[in-house]
Design a protein around this ligand. Structure first.
Ligand SMILES: NC(=O)NCCC[C@H](N)C(=O)O
Length: 410
């Protein structure tokens, strides 16, 4: 049986991708909620949607099938029936802080009265207190903070579909994410994989599910080829989660090497793909800010050891590590902002390193990063620019906004 998921590189011709069109969730919050919701500004929804549609059209114009998470989630619930819908709702309410109680009951009644698409959209955009018909009668609900507007927070980061799950080979990881603002997101991916007719019972292997204490996010998971992965040790992905998924990939998949790359733990560089992406057989973007003296950075090449253990090889020459793992004679590391410290800092902030390869040597980037884009062209790449004033306020670029489901092999 052919798996509906097939991703054996970062660069193979992109056939199918998962997006989420930004909805009301990206403007259903106030400035004081921004740090907790991992946003740096208040986006303007109509323009964000226009930009996102332009991004989706760019992909379609290049032969990519575009799927939308919000649609797949509703279709999965339609296909799965009442029990699954009820279990999903209970789980979502529990993870939103209402396992039982009168607020739980009121929210369940409110959401329960909707059809699946409306319910999915509503959960994504968040539920304000003033929209639910509910009078507190018990201490728990009466004592709930009065000056907070929401029962359920919006999920504005959903349009970064790269992170809650990551397709690897014929399977995927469904991720336990780091911050509460994003932890509920992967519940949507879980129901899609389990119940959507496109994926259910089709031999999709879950390398690691969301029921873990250790944390990993898709922005850190890069499939370099059919046996080598690079995974960031980052603000969002812990070393123990990398060991865990490496064991699963080695045991049950065709992978034999995971290169763990340690990057700074901060918001601007929260994932490996904000500072490093693969864009051709032998070309990568890299933000100079992650390289220390002499261009060094901590990497650990992880390979299978005896009795299910892991072997580790610590090295700091990223270029040589990649050349060895990918069996290449040479490699082109292209610096964000052409290496100028001011331009590199500015363009990295707006995801100048966060390129989405849709074929070897063909990348989608934000138009605002014009210095990095020109440099990519000078290095022989075909660059398809997309408009990006509002989308970039969420701190993610074309790679973050896309989850490849099927790529051709390289
Ligand atoms: N892969 C990525 O780097 N995704 C960008 C995620 C941005 C989002 N505001 C976050 O902080 O999680």
């Amino acid at each position: 049986m052919t798996s509906p998921i097939h991703v054996t590189s970062e660069i193979g011709k992109l056939k199918t991708v998962l997006l989420k069109r930004p909805g009301r969730e990206i403007e259903n919050f106030t400035p004081d909620m921004m740090p907790r919701l991992l946003f740096d500004d208040i986006p303007y929804l109509p323009i964000a949607q226009k930009e996102h549609d332009y991004f989706a059209d760019t992909l379609r114009d290049n032969g990519v099938e575009v799927l939308y998470l919000e649609k797949l989630a509703a279709e999965a619930l339609d296909a799965a029936g009442d029990k699954v819908r009820n279990d999903f709702l209970e789980q979502m309410l529990t993870e939103s802080g209402y396992a039982t109680g009168t607020i739980h009951d009121a929210l369940k009644e409110y959401l329960g009265s909707m059809n699946n698409q409306d319910m999915v959209n509503k959960i994504m955009e968040g539920i304000r207190k003033n929209e639910v018909d509910f009078v507190p009668t018990d201490l728990v609900s009466a004592a709930e903070t009065e000056n907070y507007e929401f029962y359920m927070d919006p999920m504005p980061n959903l349009y970064f579909t790269r992170d809650p799950s990551a397709c690897i080979g014929e399977g995927l990881s469904i991720n336990h994410m780091t911050f509460p603002a994003r932890q509920r997101e992967s519940l949507f991916n879980e129901i899609v994989i389990k119940y959507h007719p496109r994926f259910a019972d089709k031999g999709v292997h879950v390398w690691r599910d969301r029921n873990h204490d250790t944390r990993i996010e898709g922005g850190d998971e890069l499939v370099l080829n059919d046996h080598v992965m690079a995974i960031g040790v980052s603000q969002r992905t812990s070393a123990d989660a990398i060991q865990d998924i490496a064991k699963s990939l080695f045991k049950e998949g065709h992978f034999d090497t995971v290169i763990a790359i340690k990057i700074p733990h901060n918001h601007a560089m929260m994932h490996l793909d904000t500072v490093f992406t693969m864009i051709n057989y032998d070309q990568f973007t890299v933000h100079p800010g992650i390289l220390g003296e002499g261009g060094h950075i901590d990497t650990w090449t992880i390979t299978p050891g005896k009795n299910g253990d892991l072997n580790l090889d610590h090295r700091t020459d990223l270029k040589q590590v990649l050349k060895d793992a990918l069996k290449l004679d040479d490699l082109d590391l292209i610096p964000t902002g052409n290496g100028d410290p001011i331009i590199a800092g500015r363009e990295q902030w707006n995801d100048g390193s966060n390129t989405l390869a849709i074929a070897p040597g063909v990348v989608v980037t934000y138009n605002r990063n014009y210095v990095s884009n020109d440099l990519l062209r000078k290095h022989g790449l075909k660059v398809l620019e997309v408009i990006s004033s509002e989308l970039s306020r969420g701190r993610g670029g074309p790679r973050c906004m896309s989850c490849p489901i099927v790529r051709e092999d390289i």
